[in-house]
Ligand binder design. Structure first.
Ligand code: AP5
Length: 241
């Protein structure tokens, strides 16, 4: 369905607060790419008090991780509707177990991952950002008082609805999320990067690490990485936003 290029099936990987959501949204606004954020999906489940939401509420508030199998179900119910489109996963997988489940799922469909982008941002940069973060819960749009301010303080640019703080953005829970990242999530980089994983040469995704403390540094490198995988990617027309 994309005769002029490979299809982008990408993981946006990085610490909590590295900018995964911000950069995923930016790519999907500019290009013909769809995105799935597990953090946004879980916050919506929690707000709507679904069965998944009731289970997730306490775990998310404490900065823990939900079970791998459950997360695969949450993601695959969305992913299976995207088929041959270009897509980005933000926030999944975040354990080696989830990575293996995802690969098995994609292999069955004959749709292997093409790119893993690791946003490599220093801890001290991240800690400074989080206290300034505000979100629009229904859409997942993210703002920051010192970097990406809303046009009107406290209100979402597109809907005018109020912005909120995430309950897991207080310093104590955030520290726990960062520890959780080092313990459970960072081993995934080995999994994707090591020459001795279960991937066959044609199903092994490209792994790219982007280091920088501002989006002006990271954005051009990110676009380059994405285009190297999917040269046929089109930009959205302005009036389709
Ligand atoms: P999730 O929402 O995915 O949280 P996270 O991974 O901790 O990531 P964040 O959303 O905090 O950060 P981000 O990297 O998207 O950064 P952002 O763009 O907002 O998950 C929440 C919870 O759900 C988890 O803790 C867990 O409990 C559960 N969960 C989710 N997925 C799961 C899974 N797969 N398995 C199990 N449990 C799961 O940017 C951060 C701030 O910095 C913003 O204010 C932004 O404006 C600012 N900023 C961004 N980029 C820049 C820049 N370049 N320069 C300056 N400021 C910037």
């Amino acid at each position: 369905s994309h005769p002029n290029g490979r299809v982008l099936r990408m993981i946006m990987f990085g610490k909590p607060g590295a900018g995964k959501g911000t950069l995923t949204t930016r790519l999907a606004r500019k290009h013909d790419i769809l995105s799935i954020s597990t953090g946004d999906l879980l916050r919506q489940h929690i707000a709507e008090k679904t069965e998944v939401g009731q289970l997730a509420e306490e775990i998310v508030a404490k900065g823990g991780l939900l079970p791998d199998e459950l997360m695969l179900r949450v993601v695959s119910s969305k992913l299976d509707t995207l088929r041959h489109k270009h897509w980005i996963l933000d926030g999944f997988p975040r354990t080696v177990g989830q990575g293996k489940l995802l690969d098995a799922h994609l292999r069955k469909q004959g749709l292997p991952l093409s790119l893993v982008v690791n946003l490599d941002v220093p801890d001290e940069v991240i800690l400074a950002r989080i206290s300034d973060r505000w979100i629009h819960l229904p859409s997942g749009r993210v703002y920051n008082l010192s970097y990406n301010r809303p046009r009107v303080d406290g209100l979402d640019d597109e809907t005018g609805e109020p912005l909120t703080k995430r309950p897991d953005d207080n310093p104590e829970v955030f520290a726990r999320r960062l520890r959780q990242f080092y313990a459970s999530t960072s081993p995934l980089l080995q999994y994707y990067g090591s020459p001795r994983t279960a991937f066959s040469p044609d199903s092994k995704p490209k792994l790219v690490s982007l280091r920088g403390s501002s989006s002006d540094e990271i954005w051009p490198m990110l676009e380059h990485a994405v285009r190297s995988i999917a040269p046929s990617l089109r930009e959205r027309r302005k009036n389709s936003l």
